[in-house]
Write a protein that binds this ligand. Structure first.
Ligand SMILES: Nc1nc2c(ncn2[C@@H]2O[C@H](COP(=O)(O)OP(=O)(O)OP(=O)(O)O)[C@@H](O)[C@H]2O)c(=O)[nH]1
Ligand SMILES: Nc1nc2c(ncn2[C@@H]2O[C@H](COP(=O)(O)OP(=O)(O)OP(=O)(O)O)[C@@H](O)[C@H]2O)c(=O)[nH]1
Ligand SMILES: [Mg+2]
Ligand SMILES: [Mg+2]
Lengths: 292, 279
């Protein structure tokens, strides 16, 4: 555990005499290593450590027998702060049509999350509609239809040959006519360097004024999380992130990278393959997980 | 690039940055840079380009395998390619690609839909079987994956199939009951074919960070892996974690997934890969 590692560093250095800036440097190095092993982006980790150092080199801390523990606490607090400090939830208004778009790289969990959200909102008394905009992946529409059925949420499916723009417009009209109050659109996975696919999402967000454009990110994503989030944010504009597969043992450093670089809050997390596996994001819990 | 810089601490730090940003992790990256520094010092190398080539060679040394993997199917038939990995990594799509490759080579190919759990997983694989124009063995959603494997391999042996491609459900490595299920799938296969007739592959998403090491370790414990398929290498992520995995586990990357279409699977070229790390 990181807190033990830091404590060992300080105990060892204290044994050699009075604690000083060198001890802090070494302790900070341990922390930086832990962050990198947790997949926090390299540059994000460097900036983060610089901030922690500023807060740690006070006389009070260095004289203290619990310097190591104190620094770990500063790190945890700083992490929690960087992850947004407080929980930020998806905000929707009753009695009108709210529209949510899910985007992200291939395989991160969008389709599953659409069904999970649909079920959660239905249970909270909303009238959700899932919209299948992935016309590329084999059996993608069937997958949304099957999970939608399990969630007891209607799924709006494309007509043969229909393009995402047309499907979405038709779904929007349908939703207005049928008293739907939450429309959740699932899109195909795409690479940020696929210009055509990025343009497709741009077009969708230009046609519909979504209440939420959510970037779905796999918790096990490595260093590239920053570039991916930055590209989606600068090109499309995202209002929030969803981090998935947090039931795994990935430390989830990508959360820190995404939040600190784009400033976009993580609003929801995926914690399992089943429909129940969706929870609100708690920054404090995440920082504990990242620091290990 | 760093080609015109003077050879100082900052130069080596910049090279370290490239490795870490490529997901090679701290330990492996530092080991490579320390080794590089020693060589540079010993041989008094001053040219930046030469140093970068040395670093590439160092990475190549780790990646290349003593066993030469060719995409050729060995003589003992049927040859079973078993695809395993965490959720969403690219297994089913990779299965389709393998099917097309061996069908094109004139072989008799079968797919086994052993993901009996996820919604529309069987439908998804069926579409790939149609696209590759190969046979598929499947059962109802919810059936025991080992039973489907057994059924498929039984048919494959009886009807002289050359290649069997078995797709399994995605599973996170910390779910011990799911890893037990995977062990059972492998054990069941060994009732019908010999160990040397099975190519057990871990399909790894190139965007994955350090968690890939834990995936490799635990999946290897469950099914004794022969290698890795590095999928989604057509994206911006470099998948450098495979260097760490090769260094620590000896597990080589055999194939690379470079797109979502049926031909987007290529035998792994370590040299091209290493060049791409610095491209
Ligand atoms: N364990 C776990 N598995 C998840 C979670 N979310 C999704 N999955 C699984 O991850 C895999 C991919 O999920 P999908 O919903 O198909 O992902 P996607 O983003 O829609 O994929 P594409 O449409 O191909 O881009 C499936 O096996 C899901 O069951 C999660 O929170 N935990
Ligand atoms: N760009 C790119 N996308 C890929 C590649 N391989 C797979 N994909 C995409 O990744 C997503 C997930 O692929 P699947 O084949 O369903 O992954 P899986 O491992 O079978 O997923 P589960 O069965 O749910 O665990 C799909 O959108 C695929 O099209 C690749 O090499 N490059
Ligand atoms: Mg999907
Ligand atoms: Mg699959």
């Amino acid at each position: 555990k990181l807190s033990d590692k830091i404590q060992n560093v300080f105990d060892r250095l204290r044994g050699k005499g009075r604690l000083n800036e060198k001890a802090v440097e070494e302790g900070l190095r341990e922390i930086r290593m832990a962050l990198l092993e947790a997949d926090v982006n390299y540059k994000v980790a460097k900036d983060f450590i610089a901030r922690v150092k500023e807060k740690s080199v006070g006389e009070e801390i260095l004289k203290s027998l619990t310097a190591g523990q104190q620094i770990v606490r500063i790190v945890r607090d700083e992490l929690t702060e960087l992850l947004g400090g407080e929980t930020v939830e998806i905000e929707l208004e009753r009695n009108r049509l709210n529209e949510i778009l899910l985007i992200g790289l291939q395989g991160c969990g969008k389709t599953t999350m659409a069904a999970k959200m649909g079920m959660k909102y239905r249970e909270d008394g909303w009238r959700p509609l899932l919209v299948a905009l992935d016309i590329y992946r084999p059996a993608a529409v069937e997958q949304l239809q099957k999970t939608g059925a399990q969630a007891n949420v209607p799924v709006f499916a494309p007509e043969s040959g229909e393009k995402p723009m047309a499907i979405l417009s038709r779904a929007h009209e349908y939703a207005l006519e049928n008293n739907i109050d939450i429309l959740i659109a699932d899109t195909a996975g795409r690479l940020t360097i696929d210009d055509e696919m990025m343009a497709e999402v741009e077009e969708l967000t230009q046609a519909i004024d979504f209440d939420e454009v959510l970037l779905v990110v796999d918790a096990m994503t490595g260093q590239e999380a920053v570039t991916v989030a930055e590209t989606f944010n600068s090109r499309i504009g995202i209002s929030g992130c969803i981090m998935t597969k947090l039931d795994g043992d990935a430390r989830g450093g990508a959360a820190l990278s995404v939040r600190s670089v784009t400033g976009v809050p993580i609003k929801l997390i995926g914690t399992g393959e089943g429909l129940q596996g969706v929870e609100v994001f708690y920054p404090e819990r995440m920082s504990g997980r990242i620091i290990g | 690039t760093t080609l015109h810089k003077k050879i100082d601490g900052a130069f080596f730090d910049e090279l370290l940055d490239i490795l870490i940003l490529g997901d090679m992790g701290v330990e492996t990256s530092e080991k490579l840079i320390d080794q590089l520094k020693r060589t540079v010092k010993r041989d008094k190398i001053r040219d930046a380009e030469e140093i970068i080539n040395l670093l590439k060679a160092g990475i190549q040394d780790i990646l290349k395998s003593d066993i030469v993997y060719t995409a050729e199917i060995p003589d003992k038939r049927p040859y079973v390619i078993m695809l395993t990995g965490v959720n969403g990594s690219g297994k089913t799509t990779t299965a389709g690609k393998f099917a097309r490759r061996y069908k094109d080579a004139g072989l008799k190919v079968m797919m086994i839909a052993a993901d009996t759990f996820r919604a529309a997983a069987i439908e998804q694989l069926e579409i790939w079987a149609q696209r590759a124009d190969v046979d598929i063995v499947k059962q109802k959603e919810g059936s025991d994956p080992s039973a489907v494997i057994f059924d498929g391999l039984q048919k494959a042996v009886a009807r002289n199939y050359d290649v069997v491609i078995a797709d399994t459900a995605g599973r996170l490595q910390n779910k011990s009951h799911l890893m037990k299920e995977l062990e059972k799938i492998k054990r069941t296969s060994l009732k019908k074919v010999d160990e040397d007739q099975i190519l057990s592959l871990l399909v790894l998403d190139a965007t994955t960070g350090q968690n890939a090491v834990s995936q490799a370790l635990i999946f290897n414990d469950a099914v004794k892996l022969d290698g890795i398929v590095l999928a989604k290498l057509d994206g911006t992520a470099k998948g450098g974690i495979v260097v760490t995995i090769k260094d620590r586990l000896g597990l080589p990357v055999l194939e690379a997934g470079v797109g979502e279409k049926i031909d987007d699977l290529i035998p792994f070229d370590t040299e091209a890969y290493v060049d791409g790390l610095f491209g």
